[in-house]
Design a protein around this ligand. Structure first.
Ligand code: AMP
Length: 436
């Protein structure tokens, strides 16, 4: 597998070239699916499981041409009213859609958006997402008024090869998260096959992520899902131990797939960045105004429970740099992780944490880093990230450890700190950082 990707990911052919589904990768992906779908669901037939591990690049042209493909994307973007404030998730979903179109498929995207409480709510309509996707694809993306029913069936039935349709928010039905078979059957009805490219929600057994795979075959993963795990291939399958993973960045939701896969493979997991606070909250601690994903508190608990069961170490920061606002010149103080004051937000690791990380990593032979330790874009909050970058560069130089950096922000942090060249491998393949 290529260890240093310098390619421009705007080009679909290049993306395809870099997706090498080696035996090892399939193994990692198998484990991931076994844990998330197979074991928990129990009833998933073995033949389905095999199919679910395939990527769309494994499908022949005949399997795609003229076929009605349901693609589960994660276009759950932040909105200010009807205005999308960050379209990364929509942009990240484009390569899979472009590929399917290029093969003559009829593409229908489904996704959730926000947390509608009881039925349809205009503020959670996927209208703005369909509009943005139209701009990115340079063609009309038809928004269906629902995600199930006759009207949807007619729109999909009338569509031509290369057309793109977006279904309305799947969470307008409570049956979506409950994965209710009757709803699942209706959702799957108009389609021939299923592609899961919902990076942030792929681990959840909802109707549109897991349920439909029981009705649609083949059911395969899209590029975004495959790509995020691909660069870990050689390292985690063949890497020398002890092996550690450093997982940072803003959110648990966007890193859960990586976390889940790494937990199986690594001896130690260091957690940093914004996701720390969802974990601290899961431990019952006060997190002030820090970034927290309330709907991932349970996930954080599951990750910690799994680590305990597997006897793996999860290292959370012991001290935190907190700020009175999210700004480059905010007032700051360093506090213990279990003493974050009300009204303050955690934006970086404290110095003790960096020391503990150095100690924890000192015997590691392979270290994978995905995501920064804090808001390194602001000088006041870059020490945790640059500190760990220094630790990794030193480990590579002095101990001959293999260090692998994945994800655009971590790569940027290494470059900014001037130590990118000292790492063993730099991968720009992180799905969340896919540049389109
Ligand atoms: P991701 O795209 O998930 O890898 O997240 C990268 C982003 O996470 C960077 O832009 C960081 O500024 C941001 N980030 C890191 N730590 C925090 C934090 N404690 N609170 C908010 N954002 C953070």
């Amino acid at each position: 597998m290529p260890s240093l990707w310098k390619g421009d990911t705007t080009n679909i052919e290049q993306i395809l070239d870099t997706i090498i589904l080696s035996k090892h990768f399939i193994l990692i992906f198998c484990n991931y699916h076994k844990d998330t779908f197979g074991v928990r669901q129990g009833f998933a037939p073995a033949t389905f499981e095999l199919e679910a591990k395939k990527s769309i690049s494994d499908l022949s042209d005949d399997e795609l041409k003229g076929k009605k493909v349901l693609v589960r994307c994660d276009v759950n973007v932040p909105l200010d009213g009807k205005k999308i404030t960050d379209d990364t998730r929509i942009r990240s979903s484009i390569p899979t859609i472009e590929y399917l179109k290029s093969k003559g498929a009829i593409v229908t995207v489904c996704s959730h958006l926000g947390r509608p409480k009881d039925g349809p709510e205009d503020k959670f309509s996927l209208g703005p997402c369909a509009e943005r996707m139209s701009e990115l694809l340079d063609q009309t993306v038809t928004l269906a008024p629902d995600c199930i029913g006759e009207e949807v069936a007619k729109i999909v039935g009338d569509a031509k090869e290369g057309d793109v349709i977006m279904l309305e928010n799947t969470r307008f039905y409570k049956e979506e998260t409950k994965n209710e078979p009757e709803f699942v059957e209706k959702l799957a009805a108009p389609f021939d096959l299923f592609v899961n490219d919902a990076f942030g929600t792929a681990h959840r057994a909802h109707a549109s992520t897991e349920g439909v795979t029981k009705f649609l075959s083949p059911a395969v993963s899209g590029f975004l899902l495959a790509k995020e795990l691909e660069y870990l291939d050689g390292a985690v399958s063949n890497g020398a131990t002890p092996m550690a993973a450093i997982v940072g960045g803003s959110k648990v939701s966007s890193k859960i797939t990586v976390l889940d896969a790494l937990l199986d493979k690594c001896d130690k997991i260091i957690i940093g960045g914004g996701m720390v606070f969802t974990f601290l909250k899961a431990k019952g601690l006060n997190v002030g105004t820090s970034l927290v994903e309330d709907d991932f508190v349970e996930t954080a608990k599951e990750v910690m429970a799994k680590a305990e069961k597997l006897g793996k170490e999860i290292l959370l920061p012991s001290d935190i740099v907190v700020a009175d606002s999210f700004s480059p010149d905010a007032e700051t103080q360093i506090v213990a992780a279990d003493a974050i004051p009300d009204g303050w937000m955690g934006l970086d690791n404290g110095p003790d944490t960096t020391k503990e990380q150095k100690e924890a990593l000192s015997d590691c032979k392979t270290v994978i880093m995905n995501g920064p330790m804090g808001v390194f874009e602001f000088e006041k909050f870059n020490k945790g990230t640059f500190g760990i970058v220094d630790i990794l560069a030193d480990l590579t130089k002095e101990n001959g450890a293999i260090t692998i950096i994945g994800g655009g922000d971590s790569v940027a942090a290494c470059e900014q700190s001037g130590r990118a060249g000292e790492m063993s491998h730099i991968s720009t393949g992180g799905g969340a950082s896919l540049e389109l």
